[in-house]
Design a protein around this ligand. Structure first.
Ligand SMILES: *Cc1c(COP(=O)(O)O)cnc(C)c1O
Length: 229
């Protein structure tokens, strides 16, 4: 199956009004991104800043780029001019830096708070209590150039469907609670980003509004073209 065929399969399967498809193109070439672009895809996700910046420079300017990987504060400035959504905000310090760089670029940058839902020690993200603490803080209230439009989570990498399902449901329930408590009158807070190639079906059943699919569209990531951060 070609990249275009794979994409069309997801476009047919997912209800575009309910679920946004982010095509995760990390470690795949600009040519492969163009193949997806020519098949109609406009939203792409990358997890390394350097790779994202290089692709953004080469590729059509109507692509909406999402950063989905851990972001270091000293790298925010490179993506601030163009990034559509930073899905992986995991500290108030990072949010403050994004706000500062957004102001420099005279724009507002949309962000998701990454919530830690997996039973693994390696994943980044805020705990449920830390999300609440952040949203209640004076530091957050002072930020004028960022907008929090939802939450993102990564489930445990396991074959056990019940565990994945429980983690997604937990995040969805938390999302609904955060929406009610902090964003009731804010229509922009609407994104519950969960689900990847292996588990997007479970995620959509649990109420995901954004799935991030990489290998099932582009094929296996063979080599790392870029050094990890
Ligand atoms: C790589 C990555 C994905 C896509 O993973 P696939 O299994 O290839 O679909 C989704 N989300 C995040 C945060 C990623 O780093």
């Amino acid at each position: 199956m070609s990249i275009a065929d794979n994409l069309l399969r997801y476009k047919n399967e997912l209800d575009a009004d309910q679920v946004t498809l982010v095509a995760v193109s990390k470690f795949h070439s600009a040519e492969e991104v163009m193949e997806a672009y020519n098949a109609g895809q406009r939203v792409f996700g990358e997890n390394i800043v350097q790779e994202l910046v290089e692709k953004q420079e080469q590729l059509p300017k109507d692509i909406e780029w999402h950063l989905i990987g851990h972001l270091q504060t000293n790298k925010v400035k490179y993506i601030a001019p163009f990034i559509s959504l930073i899905e992986s905000v995991d500290s108030i310090k990072l949010l403050q830096e994004i706000d500062k760089q957004a102001a420099k670029n005279k724009r507002i940058i949309d962000c998701l708070l990454q919530v830690y839902i997996a039973d693994e020690e390696t994943k980044f993200g805020l705990g449920f209590d830390e999300v609440i603490e952040l949203l209640r803080s004076e530091e957050y209230a002072a930020l004028k150039n960022i907008r929090i439009t939802g939450l993102m989570g990564i489930a445990t990498n396991t074959e056990v469907e019940k565990q994945i399902n429980d983690e997604f449901e937990e995040l969805k329930v938390f999302f609904d609670g955060v929406k009610l408590s902090f964003f009731r009158k804010d229509d922009a807070f609407s994104i519950c980003s969960m689900g990847m190639s292996a588990d997007y079906k479970l995620a959509v059943e649990a109420g995901s509004t954004m799935v991030r699919i990489g290998s099932a569209i582009f094929g296996k990531r063979k080599i790392k073209h870029f050094k990890a951060q």
